[in-house]
Design a protein around this ligand. Structure first.
Ligand code: NAD
Ligand code: IPM
Ligand code: MN
Length: 359
């Protein structure tokens, strides 16, 4: 059956990087992958045309798609929109929530060729392979009540950090399953020394543990976890945490791999439908220059093939092509070694495509 794929280029470097990833998707199609690809508007790009970041048309297309490939949304030109519900980021959060994409997988893998591009010592990161499992449709991002209001003559801002047992349990199961298939270690990250919501989080993780006897469960407070991640990152296999902690820890983990331009992600719901995007944002500081690293987005296509399209062989082929290109010494500016020439976004795309075709 033909599967529908929706590409949402978004804002800033989004269109530049999705253009390269779309070429890889087309190459898969040419090799028999039965997909139908269409494009849509999300974020600031959608706001400019429709006055809202998630137009009904985009949401409909997203619901009908098996896989969504997203570039990134947001940019300084939209940061002053007073109505928060119209900001580009709300478009992204809307797709996640409306499609129930609660399980966000963020793999931090250090390609051996890039160990020296990391800001940590190469021996600390060489061979690193961590999977961060971030809860994506709950927690403080979505909790009610929220707002900014007048109280006692001044404005106060407030948000609510809330998780139900069932929300914790379903992300816990994803993480335990993942650990079971990988290195059998699961570290749950919380702030159970201060926040009730994460006392419950820890309790539920403990309750699930006996169902996965081969997985060793440990717990860290988030401040310590952040420190451990840069002190000795290879101690981790799978990390499970809530929405905001996962957002922060995954950006930190990105630097272990050499660049935030290397970190792909998958956001899945219970039926395996997924949105795939680099972990980074729209990088307004380099947008339009053709120098962004497209590899996180290209690797996100590989994750789409693996998690939503059941094509692990094609996924591995893309990952191998990225390895080949890095072996050849090709680098965009963010991962370039001192004194080496860096290539453009499109040149990197050309090279990955050529390596993919050559296999
Ligand atoms: P950012 O991730 O966009 O950029 C942080 C730094 O990393 C910048 O210096 C940027 O140039 C660099 N960078 C990011 N991606 C890169 C790539 N592929 N190649 C080379 N360098 C890269 O984070 P920010 O500056 O905090 O946010 C910018 C905008 O993006 C904001 O509007 C924010 O809300 C949005 N954002 C969107 C997403 C998303 O769509 N998923 C994620 C994060 C941030
Ligand atoms: C990410 C981003 C988003 C998040 C923003 C843009 C809403 O930082 O995908 O990591 O916080 O989830
Ligand atoms: Mn983020």
């Amino acid at each position: 059956m033909t599967q529908k794929i929706l590409v949402l280029p978004g804002d800033g470097i989004g269109p530049e990087i999705t253009a390269q990833a779309s070429r890889i998707l087309a190459a898969c199609q040419a090799r028999g992958l039965d997909i139908e690809v269409e494009e849509g508007l999300l974020g600031g790009a959608a706001y400019e045309v429709h006055g809202e970041p998630l137009p009904a048309e985009t949401l409909e297309k997203a619901k009908a798609a098996r896989g969504i490939l997203l570039g990134a949304v947001g940019g300084p030109q939209w940061d002053k929109i007073e109505d928060l519900s119209k900001r580009p980021e709300k478009g992204l959060l809307g797709v996640r929530k409306q499609l129930g994409l609660f399980a966000n997988l963020r793999p931090a893998i250090t390609y051996p060729q890039l160990a020296s591009a990391s800001s940590l010592k190469p021996e600390l990161v060489a061979g690193l392979d961590i999977m961060i499992v971030r809860e994506l449709t709950g927690g403080i991002y979505f909790g009610q009540p929220r707002g900014i209001e007048e109280r006692n003559g001044e404005r106060v801002g407030f948000n609510t950090y809330v998780y139900s047992e069932s929300e914790i349990e379903r992300i816990g199961r994803v993480a335990f399953e993942m650990a079971h298939k990988r290195g059998k270690k699961l570290c749950s990250v919380d702030k159970a020394n201060v926040l009730e919501v994460t006392i419950l989080w820890r309790e539920v993780m403990e309750r699930l543990a006996p169902e996965y006897p081969d997985v060793e469960l440990s717990h860290l407070y988030v401040d310590n976890a952040a420190m451990q991640l840069v002190r000795a990152p290879k101690q981790f296999d799978v990390v499970v945490t809530g929405n905001m902690f996962g957002d922060i820890l995954s950006d930190a983990a990105a630097m272990l791999t050499g660049s935030i331009g290397m970190l792909p992600s998958a956001s899945l719901n219970e039926s395996g439908q997924g949105m795939y995007e680099p972990c980074h944002g729209s990088a307004p500081d380099i947008a339009g220059q053709g120098i962004a690293n497209p590899l996180a987005t290209i690797l996100s296509v590989a994750m789409m093939l693996r998690y939503s399209l059941d094509e692990p062989a094609l996924a591995s082929r893309i990952e191998a092509a990225v390895g080949t290109v890095l072996d050849g010494g090709l680098r965009t500016a963010d991962i370039a070694l001192e004194g080496t020439r860096s290539v453009s976004t499109a040149e990197m795309g050309d090279a990955v495509l050529a390596a993919f075709e050559a296999q």
